[in-house]
Ligand binder design. Structure first.
Ligand SMILES: Nc1ncnc2c1ncn2[C@@H]1O[C@H](COP(=O)(O)OP(=O)(O)OP(=O)(O)O)[C@@H](O)[C@H]1O
Length: 276
């Protein structure tokens, strides 16, 4: 294991065990094969080939316990998006292993990976990707409907998500009738509707004003604390990262440090030292 990724892992693990044990609803009803919602072992990934090849991730090991919130930070080009794409099964690493809920993604074919992403993983991106013609409720339930008979809609969970996201009285509205922050909360509810093992968020507050961003970050934090959700979030913003239990700092494709429950100023100071 990468010596840095292992720093303070026990405390991080205890955080997750305490939260996901009591009320853990994320991935509810599924037997757990691993203490980690996500595990990367020696992941290496290059983009391009020959002399143009760029090593985006270089032997990254990281373990995300259930019920924890992890932020990934680093200078531009340090490999944050590539880490998120490899960890979520969107891209295959060149070397190393990726496990989600104890399942090794390596041997899975494309169809199996798509199914796993649909059923076990939630995504929240900066660009929202809501369908403008559908209502809030229809957008949120879309992943379940796309999965056909493989997933069943839990209407109690839908109601809880609508309440938690403050959208209960907006369920029949369309995205164009909502603020940016409300739209991002729809995207978060949609990511959670199938009770994924882990939610991957790429700059979820990047396009929001300060108050809406805080609202979205508090929502993610509450979902981790109350429901035992596991979240991995890429961000450039030290304030956003300060909501996380742990911040993985990347530089040149390697994990150079792990900060635990760090305040925004400490994260910003560490980022400055990385040259970000
Ligand atoms: N499809 C690609 N083809 C070639 N090189 C790529 C590709 N995608 C990423 N890279 C390179 O891999 C490295 C890591 O990129 P990545 O997007 O993961 O970094 P990042 O930390 O997310 O950057 P940013 O903060 O600017 O979004 C960079 O040097 C980037 O130029």
């Amino acid at each position: 294991m990468d010596e840095h990724a292992g720093v303070g892992i026990r405390r991080y693990e205890e955080d997750g065990a305490a939260r996901s044990g009591a009320r853990g609803r994320a991935g509810a009803g599924r037997a757990r094969r691993s203490p980690w919602a996500v595990r990367l072992g020696g992941v290496t990934k290059s983009h391009g080939s020959g002399r143009a090849a760029v090593t985006a991730l270089d032997d990254v090991t990281a373990e995300l316990p259930y019920g924890t919130f992890t932020a990934v930070m680093g200078p531009s080009g340090s490999g944050k998006s590539t880490l998120l794409h490899c960890a979520s099964g969107l891209e295959r690493p060149d070397r190393g292993t990726v496990e989600i809920a104890g399942r090794d993604l390596g041997p899975l074919n494309e169809r199996q990976r798509t199914e796993l992403r649909r059923e076990r993983v939630g995504f929240v991106f900066q660009g929202l990707n809501l369908l403008p013609a559908l209502t809030v409720e229809q957008n949120i339930t879309l992943p379940v409907r796309l999965a056909g008979r493989r997933l069943r809609l839990d209407s109690g969970w839908l109601d809880e998500l609508l309440t938690r996201t403050g959208l209960a009285d907006r369920r029949k509205h369309r995205p164009g009738e909502l603020s940016g922050g409300q739209q991002q909360r729809v995207a978060i509810a949609r990511a959670l509707i199938a009770r994924p093992e882990v939610v991957f968020a790429d700059e979820p507050t990047g396009a929001l004003d300060t108050a809406s961003a805080r609202n979205v970050l508090e929502l993610l934090r509450q979902l981790v604390d109350d429901v035992g959700q596991t979240v991995l979030m890429v961000t450039h913003d030290p304030v956003a990262a300060s909501y996380a239990d742990a911040v993985l700092l990347l530089a040149d494709g390697r994990v150079t440090d792990v900060l635990h429950r760090a305040p925004a100023v400490a994260i910003a100071e560490r980022m400055t030292r990385l040259g970000a």
